[in-house]
Design a protein around this ligand. Structure first.
Ligand SMILES: C[S@@+](CC[C@H](N)C(=O)[O-])C[C@H]1O[C@@H](n2cnc3c(N)ncnc32)[C@H](O)[C@@H]1O
Length: 193
């Protein structure tokens, strides 16, 4: 089985503290979206958003409350958790899928990737970034600076295909991003070149 898939597919069985947060079953009101997403929703009017690597929907629900339609894309085990969330039945505008071919046929006002790209190996990441160009003109990324498995810096890969529009958090200026601080999360809005 693919290394990345097995990492995430096994996440519900893992007992180590580092993934404990992902094992928590979401219940109403307890989990909230990242500040990055809250800022994003404040500043943008969008009708359709792709939550790429949605996980169990931490940001998906927040997005769904602010836009017409949200597509949540992730591996099947994560999508299952999302659809089991007690909030899921309250929303009729969340479309869940693990089928990238299906996603590739859509158009979105924005793609949101929160803490996802750092988990994807360079070759696959490039392929996703190219596909993203065909389905949206706006890409909102929150990520660590390096790919987990290969330790390659993500920023040059991103900007090979997408143009840096603005850093989303005042703390993370372009200069900070270019120093690739290992443990910093950075939030940027990229636009199609
Ligand atoms: C740290 S979680 C973040 C989940 C969610 N975006 C959030 O902020 O709560 C990373 C997610 O990325 C997903 N992921 C990793 N590689 C992926 C890939 N190649 N395609 C889709 N999802 C992926 C994982 O399954 C996992 O749900």
């Amino acid at each position: 089985m693919d290394k990345r898939y097995s990492y995430w597919a096994g996440i519900n069985n893992r007992k180590d503290a580092s993934v404990a947060v992902l094992q928590v079953k979401p219940t109403k009101g307890i989990l909230r979206a990242d500040q990055f997403i809250i800022d994003f929703m404040k500043d943008n009017h969008t009708n359709s958003i792709l939550d790429f690597g949605s996980g169990y929907g931490r940001n998906t629900f927040a997005l769904a409350g602010r836009t017409k339609i949200v597509w949540a894309y992730d591996f099947p085990n994560m999508i299952k958790l999302l659809t089991e969330d007690i909030r899921f039945k309250d929303y009729d505008n969340i479309h869940t899928t693990s089928n990238w071919e299906e996603v590739k046929e859509q158009q979105f006002d924005a793609i949101v990737c929160v803490i996802v790209l750092q988990h994807i190996c360079c070759k696959d990441l490039e392929s996703y970034l190219k596909d993203f160009l065909n389905i949206s003109k706006n890409l909102y990324v929150q990520t660590r600076a390096y790919i987990d498995f290969t330790k390659e810096p993500i920023y040059p890969i991103l900007t090979k295909y997408w143009k840096h529009c603005k850093s989303y958090s005042g703390k993370h200026t372009p200069e900070v991003l270019r120093t690739y601080k290992r443990n910093e999360h950075y939030c940027i809005h990229l636009i199609a070149k």
